[in-house]
Ligand binder design. Structure first.
Ligand SMILES: Nc1ccn([C@@H]2O[C@H](COP(=O)(O)OP(=O)(O)OP(=O)(O)O)[C@@H](O)[C@H]2O)c(=O)n1
Ligand SMILES: C[C@](O)(CO)[C@H](O)COP(=O)(O)O
Length: 230
């Protein structure tokens, strides 16, 4: 079963506060974005990667794809001011009736087995995302005071990849642009169109590198992965 993937990597990495895009942060001497790209390069189900990069970083990232032989990267397109705009630019590079995944470049620990479960679900339901059950108790607060505790029974922490029939997600992005709606993930756009999206169990190792603490977690995950291989 084949799919293509749009990988948004055109953020600023402000919360990581490295003074540069966290995609270029080295984990065991390899840039974060390459860790992520290698998963899809090595997955026989993936037939095309569309990478979205900051305009000024396109040449640097293109050189990395050559150095690491990520030959499935067919296009590198410029990002936008928001993640949603970057994803939209990536989707514009695709056509045909196919399953497209959207996966954060900042999530390097996605596993092929989970991608395949997600693609199989999206094939059936036209839309599916990886997610994990929330582990903490969730509070809502106004001005620093708890207003209420959110019932965590059916609360999930959405991850990526998020998988869609291409025309379904393009329709959702077109609606969002027309209505100037900004969502923090693709599934939130489908919700606005009352289109159902399935949840597929992800895992807690599929972290998004966001703040400096995540570098420590990432290095531990890599040590664990190395231990598994030895
Ligand atoms: N305008 C944007 C914003 C984000 N992203 C990408 O979307 C993914 C998830 O975004 P996030 O973790 O928020 O990355 P940043 O926007 O770089 O982080 P920050 O919000 O801390 O600046 C990342 O791979 C990021 O590069 C993007 O392509 N274009
Ligand atoms: C898409 C996402 O990774 C799902 O959890 C998340 O919404 C991205 O949020 P960010 O603030 O753009 O990192």
């Amino acid at each position: 079963m084949k799919y293509c993937v749009v990988i948004p990597a055109a953020g600023q990495g402000k919360r990581m506060n490295l003074g540069k895009n966290k995609q270029f942060l080295l984990l065991e001497n390899k840039p974060v974005i390459i860790h992520t790209l290698e998963v899809f390069q090595e997955d026989s189900w993936c037939d095309e990667i569309i990478l979205v990069a900051n305009e000024k970083e396109i040449e640097e990232i293109r050189q990395l794809t050559v150095t690491y032989n990520i030959c499935k990267v067919k296009k590198i397109v410029p990002g936008g001011t928001e993640r949603q705009h970057s994803v939209r630019n990536g989707l514009k590079a695709l056509n045909g009736d196919r399953i497209v995944l959207v996966h954060d470049g900042a999530r390097p620990f996605i596993k092929k087995e989970q991608i395949h479960h997600l693609v199989e679900e999206a094939k059936q339901s036209q839309a599916a995302i990886l997610a994990v059950p929330i582990k903490d108790t969730v509070k809502k607060s106004e001005a620093g005071t708890i207003s209420h505790t959110v019932d965590r029974l059916n609360l999930w922490s959405a991850q990526t990849p998020q998988a869609f029939r291409l025309q379904t997600i393009v329709e959702a992005h077109n609606w969002a642009e027309k209505n100037q709606f900004l969502g923090t993930d693709e599934a939130s756009l489908l919700e606005k169109l009352n289109k159902p999206t399935s949840i597929v169990m992800g895992d807690y190792f599929n972290i998004k590198l966001t703040t400096k603490e995540d570098i420590v977690f990432a290095e531990s995950i890599l040590r664990l992965k190395r231990g598994e291989k030895s």
